[in-house]
Ligand binder design. Structure first.
Ligand code: ADP
Ligand code: MN
Length: 248
């Protein structure tokens, strides 16, 4: 009887595999074998029930929508072949939390995703950001930010109360800094709006405040944010924003 159950389970996994591959084919996505193995091992370990579709496909990473029971999840998969691992190494080297023993392309990408995983964990305990759920090599599973399966739009795509939105963004930047985190890639593209609530995403380039690049990245974040909010009629200056965040 147990054997029968196993067979049923195998069939279920094969069926999911077929559906998933079909979905990827229509989205023109190709993952390497190892990445596919990881994606399936996540299903087999019941960390996810099903991959549903592609939310976004970028040069370095693909974000899939997935389901775990009745909850949606987002799965960020780094493309090992097209990652800019030289830049990744530059960011990784200043981070005392990480030890990169081997420095193969894959090892660097894996360390990169581990860094994003940890940053996301820390960030989501402080501000609105997706909770990090699982990290396996170049694959990161996190909470899905959206409503009834529709991913939340980016800040650049919505119409909201800009005065309030700016206040919240500033508040989130201050809170992150107090906990020694700089987002590092903050802009209207990495902020989502779900039912009028602001969420920061994409903590891949985040660094701790002691990192040699932290200050330059924070200044760039302030410039990006001010440039965007200025276009929305908000009176803001990046130097003032920087001062408010750092107290300097
Ligand atoms: P990239 O490095 O490609 O910019 P992001 O982490 O910014 O990767 O994700 C790309 C896009 O996927 C985002 O702009 C957003 O639209 C969508 N996305 C990412 N994470 C989530 C999430 N947790 N929930 C819903 N949508 C997401
Ligand atoms: Mn992004």
């Amino acid at each position: 009887e147990e054997f029968e159950l196993d067979k049923e389970y195998q069939k279920e996994i094969l069926e999911r595999e077929r559906k998933f591959l079909e979905e990827l084919k229509t989205a023109n996505e190709v993952f390497d074998k190892r990445t596919l193995m990881i994606l399936f091992s996540i299903l087999a370990g019941k960390h996810l029930s099903e991959y549903i579709g592609v939310i976004n496909s970028g040069k370095e990473a693909v974000v899939l929508k997935a389901r775990k029971g009745h909850l949606y999840r987002a799965v960020k998969i780094y493309r090992v072949a097209t990652c800019d691992f030289k830049t990744m190494l530059k960011y990784l080297q200043g981070d005392p939390r990480l030890h990169i023993k081997r420095s193969s392309r894959r090892a660097i990408v894996n360390a990169w995703v581990e860094k994003e995983f940890r940053n996301l964990k820390r960030a989501s305990s402080i501000i609105n950001a997706p909770k990090a759920r699982l990290r396996r090599e170049n694959v990161l599973v996190m909470d899905f930010i959206g409503v009834r399966g529709d991913p939340a739009p980016k800040l650049k795509e919505v119409e909201i109360d800009w005065e309030n939105a700016f206040k919240t963004v500033k508040d989130f930047m201050i809170k992150l800094y107090e906990e020694e985190l700089v987002h590092g890639d903050l802009s209207e593209y990495n902020i989502l709006v779900k039912e009028d609530e602001i969420y920061f995403i994409d903590f891949s380039q985040s660094v701790i405040t002691q990192h040699p690049l932290a200050n330059a990245l924070l200044i760039r974040d302030c410039i990006n944010i001010c440039n965007f909010f200025k276009k929305k009629g908000i009176n803001c200056n990046y130097k003032d924003l920087y001062k408010e965040i750092t107290g300097k």
